[in-house]
Ligand binder design. Structure first.
Ligand code: ZN
Length: 194
């Protein structure tokens, strides 16, 4: 592959459009390279974020010893094999060991790892490991359910198949009732607040 590192991003996008058979100079697409650059930079901003900066100083002393579950965190990512979106819900749970994080921080943590090129399995592990390292709780459980456009748009057979991945640490691995409670809370649909 030739060295393209000096070629502006928008020229690369225009060339891609040309190679695929369309005209980046036509009216409707004139600003497309600019928009694509902006969109792709936004969708990959996780590369500039770290788990530590996402959680910041939002760690609080708290003797709460029961499971904290943040359910249905919206997630949008790009598969690293096709650069096509996969999206769905993330459920994050942990059992504190003297420290809790601000509730919105779980969502921030998901952004750190979803706003980049990913595979769902690795992202699940990364979110669990980051929480495990930063909060040092008694246990962590993460479940992600997602739809992959690379499967849905290209294939014909797997249109509605959802991919579910999980990662556990500590009590969620060692203590079956804890894991079962987490999975039950995660997998049952109920809308008590709506
Ligand atoms: Zn893919």
């Amino acid at each position: 592959m030739g060295d393209l590192s000096d070629v502006p991003y928008q020229d690369l996008v225009a060339e891609m459009i040309r190679r695929l058979g369309d005209d980046p100079e036509r009216e409707g697409m004139l600003k497309t390279p600019e928009r694509v650059e902006e969109a792709m930079r936004f969708l990959t901003q996780g590369y500039d974020m770290s788990p530590r900066s996402a959680i910041g100083d939002a760690l609080f002393r708290e003797e709460h010893q029961n499971m904290v579950l943040v359910k249905d965190i919206e997630m949008y990512s790009l598969c690293e094999h096709h650069l096509l979106p996969f999206f769905g819900k993330v459920h994050v749970a942990y059992i504190p060991n003297g420290r809790i994080i601000g509730l919105s921080k779980a969502a921030r943590l998901v952004e750190v790892f979803s706003r980049r090129f990913q595979v769902q399995e690795r992202m699940t592990e990364q979110i669990a490991q980051a929480l495990w390292d930063l909060v040092q709780p008694q246990g962590v459980g993460v479940v992600i359910e997602a739809y992959h456009l690379c499967m849905m748009m290209r294939g014909v057979q797997k249109q509605n198949s959802k991919t579910i991945t999980s990662a556990m640490r500590g009590a969620f691995l060692d203590h079956a009732p804890t894991r079962d409670e987490f999975l039950r809370l995660t997998m049952t649909t109920h809308n008590p607040l709506s």
